[in-house]
Design a protein around this ligand. Structure first.
Ligand code: HEC
Length: 141
């Protein structure tokens, strides 16, 4: 009797745990895609921990530039950046090439990943706002 009771408890407790894991898994799906895409398309240069590469590639973790220019991030990802910029007091002048193959959803997910990763707390952007941004910086021909 006792043995049977404890068996039942053992068999039952994983159910809520599994449901919880599934629920959390769904909610973080865009963040996970953002992270995966970041590691695929940005991590080589900006490093997986967002630290950048001293003097050559600016950081994204704790970067004052990213915080200040957050509404330009989509344009930077799609069209690149060729400027002399100061990030956290250090000057960077290497150009970044645009990454044309990322669609608007993917760009949104990457921004929402870097805005929250590594201790960053820069809020969320909507797909709508990324679309508007990309309209405004589309190169005219
Ligand atoms: C080939 C290397 C390389 C790759 C790949 C790359 N970047 Fe950059 N990124 C740079 C460099 C170099 C700069 C500085 C550009 C300048 O000075 O004009 C920069 C600048 C930036 C900036 C503005 C500066 C800052 O630190 O806030 C952001 C934001 C950014 N990159 C995000 C990304 C994201 C997101 C990806 C991936 C989708 C990415 N970059 C991929 C090299 C790279």
């Amino acid at each position: 009797m006792c043995f049977y009771e404890s068996m039942r408890v053992k068999l039952l407790w994983p159910v809520p745990v599994v449901l919880l894991i599934l629920a959390v898994g769904c909610e973080t799906e865009p963040y996970k895609q953002g992270r995966w895409l970041y590691e695929e398309y940005c991590g080589n240069c900006h490093m997986e921990n967002g630290s950048g590469l001293a003097g050559l590639i600016p950081p994204l973790a704790g970067a004052d530039y990213l915080a200040r220019e957050n509404l330009r991030t989509a344009c930077i990802i799609r069209y690149g950046l060729e400027d002399t910029i100061v990030v956290n007091g250090q000057t960077y002048a290497q150009p970044m090439a645009g990454i044309g193959q990322l669609n608007e959803v993917e760009i949104t997910n990457i921004i929402n990943y870097i805005n929250q990763a590594w201790g960053n707390d820069l809020g969320y952007v909507s797909l709508e706002s990324v679309k508007n941004q990309l309209q405004s910086c589309r190169p005219s021909r």
